[in-house]
Design a binder for this molecule. Structure first.
Ligand SMILES: [Zn+2]
Length: 113
């Protein structure tokens, strides 16, 4: 499962932070997942406890921020958030847009002890 390996690399990342912070465990971890990241949130939620088992994140509460797509339009220079799976400017309907946000997959914050 794709999401399991992603969860494992996320846990690895979090463990590094815990080591740097000299923390015993994480109580909550907030993960940002962009709509265009290709990650299925349900599958990720399912994979996370498996990946976290035996680590300092084993009891951590997982909070997922489902991040919207943000594009910047080259035609009208405005930013907008089209509804997935559309990826066009909502102001002028141009598809000449630059992706600003939507591919994120990262730890946004973590509560540690
Ligand atoms: Zn536009």
């Amino acid at each position: 499962m794709h999401e399991l390996s992603l969860a494992c690399s996320l846990i690895e990342e979090a463990e590094k932070v815990l080591t740097v912070e000299n923390a015993a465990r994480a109580t909550r971890v907030t993960v940002g997942i962009g709509k265009l990241s290709g990650i299925e949130i349900g599958a990720f939620e399912f994979a996370f406890p498996m990946a976290a088992s035996g680590t300092r994140l084993a009891d951590a509460e997982l909070v997922i921020n489902d991040l919207p797509i943000t594009v910047r339009c080259r035609a009208c220079e405005k930013e907008s958030s089209p509804e997935f799976p559309r990826c066009t400017c909502t102001h002028c309907e141009s598809d000449d847009v630059e992706l600003v946000n939507g591919r994120e997959f990262n730890i946004q914050s973590m509560e540690i002890e």
